[in-house]
Design a protein around this ligand. Structure first.
Ligand code: ZN
Length: 217
C-alpha cells in the first residue's frame, strides 16, 4: 500500500515539474525577427543580448539631444516629424533613442537600487526586454524640456494627433497598462512604419493587441 502511495506521489511530482517547465518556456520568447519594423519587445518577448541594429545613424542636433542613434528609416521619419513640428513653432526632440543591452543593464540596476521591484518593473525594462534596443523607440521632449512631463507641453496634442503619419505610435497609452505591462508613458514612441502606424491609430490598438490578432489569423 505504502508503495502505491509513493508511486502516485512521484507521478504527481513529475507532472508538476514538467508543467512548470512548459509554462516557463511559454512565458519568455526569444525574438527571431529583431529587424522587423513590427517587432514586439515586451515582458514576454526578449531580444538577444548580442543584437545591435546594423543601420543605426546619429541624429542631427537640431532634432535630438547629443549622441542619439536610431535605425535609418525611423531616423529619417523622425527628422521629418521634428522639422514639420518646428514649422509650427513646436519643439519636439529626442531625449533617448537606441540603448544597448549593456546600457539597459546599468539603467535597470540603478532603478532597482532606488525603487522597489513593483515600481521598477512598471517603468524600466530589464536588458533584452527594452524596445530601445531595437533602435526604433524614442523618448521625446517638448519645449518644457522635461520628457517626464511631455504631456504638459504645448507639443503633446500635436504629437498624439500627427505622429502616426510619420510611422510612430504612442507605445504605452493610458488605460492599456494591463495589455502593455507598462505604466502610461506620454514620452515614449515607437516607429512601426507608416502603414502599420495608420492602422493602429485607426483601430486604437496597441502593438500587443495587433500581434495577438495576427496570431489568431
Ligand atoms: Zn522609452
Amino acid at each position: 500500500m505504502k508503495k502505491i502511495y509513493s508511486f502516485i506521489l512521484l507521478v504527481v511530482i513529475i507532472i508538476l515539474f514538467f508543467r512548470d517547465c512548459s509554462i516557463k518556456k511559454k512565458e519568455i520568447n526569444i525574438i527571431s525577427n529583431p529587424n522587423s519594423l513590427d517587432v514586439l519587445v515586451n515582458k514576454f518577448n526578449k531580444l538577444n543580448s548580442e543584437y545591435i541594429p546594423s543601420d543605426l545613424i546619429l541624429m542631427p542636433l537640431k532634432n535630438s539631444n547629443k549622441d542619439k542613434y536610431l535605425r535609418k528609416e525611423a531616423a529619417d521619419n523622425f527628422i521629418k516629424l521634428s522639422n514639420d513640428a518646428s514649422l509650427l513653432n513646436y519643439k519636439i526632440i529626442i531625449a533617448s533613442a537606441y540603448r544597448s543591452y549593456e546600457y539597459q543593464t546599468n539603467l535597470y540596476d540603478d532603478y532597482k537600487e532606488k525603487y522597489d521591484f513593483k515600481y521598477t518593473s512598471s517603468c524600466c525594462a530589464q536588458a533584452g526586454f527594452s524596445e530601445h534596443q531595437t533602435g526604433l523607440a524614442i523618448d521625446v521632449m517638448g519645449s518644457n524640456n522635461d520628457y517626464h512631463k511631455f504631456d504638459e507641453s504645448q507639443e503633446f496634442n500635436w504629437m498624439i494627433n500627427n505622429c502616426y503619419k510619420y510611422g510612430f505610435i504612442l507605445r504605452y497609452p493610458k488605460g492599456k497598462e494591463k495589455i502593455t505591462g507598462f505604466k502610461y508613458e506620454p514620452w515614449h514612441y515607437r516607429y512601426v512604419g507608416v502603414k502599420l502606424a495608420i492602422f493602429l491609430h485607426q483601430k486604437n490598438i496597441t502593438l500587443e493587441e495587433y500581434h495577438k490578432k495576427k496570431e489568431i489569423k
